[in-house]
Design a protein around this ligand. Sequence first.
Ligand code: PGA
Length: 250
Amino acid sequence: MVLLVGNWKTAPEKISEASSLARTALALSKKYKKQLEIVVCPSFVHLASVLKTSKALKVGAQSAAPSFDLAQTGLCSAGQLRSLGVSYVIVGHSESRARGESNALTAEIVARVFEKKLTPIVCVGERERDAHGWYLSEVKDQIETALAGISKASLKQLVIAYEPVWAIGAHATREATPLESLEMIIYIRKIITDMFGSKAGDSVRILYGGSVNEKNAKQFITEGGAEGLLVGRVSLDAKRFAALAGSLIK
Ligand code: PGA
């Protein structure tokens, strides 16, 4: 089963557009129910209307508050998300990190998400690839800190998304190759193995994200070692998202 996650970020502007995208995602998840698990991650404001589409549609949030303190203006708690019907939470996205979410803060959010029995999609990825391989320790730090307080039992619920920052969004310098994804995913499995043992390292679900589209998606699965994809821009275009989902089946 390939996990296909759409990260809608701060789009679309209108509820009607979000509902229409949600209906497309629902239709795709029914059509490919044996092959794909589709999750859409709207902004907080669209969560309720997207959840109304159908109980069958899996929905994720794009962050959660790092503590259960009731005084955190501007945030949503993992408990609120859970009571609404959300099942996944993106944590540590590079755009959140760029706004100041440190590795330590990511770890707090991951812990709260697990405590409310939601599935965190922990995003990791280097800002750039340097010739000396420092980028490897950047990713290692992100994972070690984010998962430091996590029990082995919760790992079954964990999803990691490898997203090289240089390959994300409209300002990407280039697309990553499937080989670059494969090498890093093997390295991530090694880090998890060192932390929690080889069973955990083998079984943790790892996605690839960053400029995934209908042309390159399948390769990240077949050659890039990913068990799923985290898709930004293309998930906001119903036709392209449908083409991307279809390309994974062929
Ligand atoms: P992109 O975004 O597919 O638009 O590059 C991916 C992401 O930020 O998760």
